[in-house]
Design a binder for this molecule. Structure first.
Ligand code: URA
Ligand code: SF4
Length: 196
């Protein structure tokens, strides 16, 4: 069994926090383990809980559309969440749940070693970088501990706000421009340098 498959199995069987009591299925990350980018959302919603796969509902369609517009198919990237089980009524996962689930995300990142981690929305921004106000910081490239992060809005935010669709699409397009530049060994300017 490869390392990612092992994490997947551990997530499927995990009972480390109370979200295991209310979930239908855990939702491990999914996609290409050689991806240059990992997308990180908040937590599974109803459809994800039903199917055991990340971003398969309405928000997922928005994410897929933005990827497609950037000329990238979903299978080429790796998609996951901060928390792998659905919180009841889609409430925001609490600190304890995020901290308990963190080891899985850490391992996914360690194994895949993405060039950039794309943070989708405030919960991921807060959980991973301690940030807030994603709308203020979206579109920016962050470096912390030698890892690059790209910040954008949560795809679900575009569902009831048409204007945000182009925001998401433009951000995702910039993300893949940055990845191309990195692959060509270009120096890319970092917008925010975090010190830990
Ligand atoms: N929203 C998320 O944050 N993650 C999903 O997997 C689906 C919706
Ligand atoms: Fe385990 Fe994470 Fe699910 Fe909690 S949310 S039960 S820590 S996989």
């Amino acid at each position: 069994m490869n390392q990612l498959e092992k994490i997947r199995q551990n997530v499927i069987e995990c009972t480390k926090c109370d979200l295991c009591k209310t979930r239908t299925n855990s939702v491990p990350g999914k996609g290409n383990f050689q991806s240059d980018v990992i997308f990180v959302g908040e937590a599974p919603g109803r459809n994800e809980d039903k199917n055991g796969e990340p971003f398969v509902g309405t928000a997922g369609k928005k994410l897929s559309a933005a990827l497609e517009e950037a000329g990238v198919s979903r299978e080429k990237v790796y998609i996951t969440n901060v928390v792998k089980c659905r919180p009841p009524n889609n409430r925001v996962p609490n600190t304890k749940e995020r901290d308990t689930c963190r080891e899985y995300l850490k391992k996914e990142i360690f194994i895949i070693k993405p060039k950039i981690i794309c943070i989708l929305g405030n919960t991921a921004f807060n959980s991973i970088l301690g940030g807030s106000e994603i709308t203020k910081f979206r579109g920016k490239l962050v470096r912390k501990d030698n890892q690059l992060y790209f910040l954008t809005i949560h795809p679900a935010a575009t569902i009831y706000n048409q204007e945000l669709i182009s925001t998401l699409k433009n951000d995702i397009a910039r993300l893949f421009d940055l990845i191309r530049e990195l692959k060509n060994n270009k120096e890319i300017p970092v917008d925010i340098e975090y010190t830990s």
